[in-house]
Design a protein around this ligand. Structure first.
Ligand code: ADP
Length: 158
């Protein structure tokens, strides 16, 4: 069984992430959405809320797992015997960061392989930070996040 790890802050999970996830599921039997917890960053949505949102969004999809982790991603991959990282590339900025991350991960765990998917069309400019900004200014983000995520965001931000 080919398992992949799609890690990110997902704060919030956007249609750009969803596109990478959907296309990743064509390549892998199972994808774990891993909320990577950074102790130095103050998140917009709590880890617990993000886990709950993603679990409820994908509750009907057996081959999508949701988890959170505050350690090294390669340690999670090792423990769960996952050999692939799934990543999205929006442009040159992402490429440089992702390339360095791939080299570091390979140094830490040589069994890991990263698979990059280029973002398509309208998703290329989407980032969680922009979506957050629009949401916090009462803008309409319904085109940028899955419907279930928007419902949950409105609920936790009441
Ligand atoms: P963000 O940069 O939006 O905060 P994350 O840090 O959660 O997103 O990133 C997780 C992964 O998802 C990274 O590989 C990132 O390049 C990818 N990603 C984020 N937004 C998009 C998008 N709009 N299209 C394709 N890939 C994306």
């Amino acid at each position: 069984m080919k398992k992949a790890l799609f890690a990110g802050s997902f704060d919030p999970f956007t249609n750009g992430h969803n596109d990478i996830l959907t296309r990743g599921l064509q390549l892998f039997d199972e994808v774990t959405l891993l909320i990577a917890v950074s102790p130095s960053k103050k998140p917009f949505l709590s880890v617990e809320d993000r886990v709950a949102m993603l679990r409820s969004t994908f509750s009907n999809t057996k081959n999508i797992k949701v988890d959170s982790w505050s350690g090294l991603l390669v340690e999670y991959a090792k423990q769960k015997q996952i050999k692939y990282m799934l990543r999205g590339l929006r442009g040159l900025g992402d490429f440089e960061i992702e390339h360095h991350m791939d080299s570091m991960n390979f140094n830490l765990y040589s069994d890991i392989e990263t698979v990059f998917l280029a973002s398509r069309g309208e998703h290329a400019y989407l980032s969680s930070s922009l979506v957050r900004e629009v949401f916090l200014h009462q803008g309409d983000i319904s085109k940028f996040v899955p419907a279930e995520i928007l419902t949950q965001m409105k609920r936790v931000n009441k």
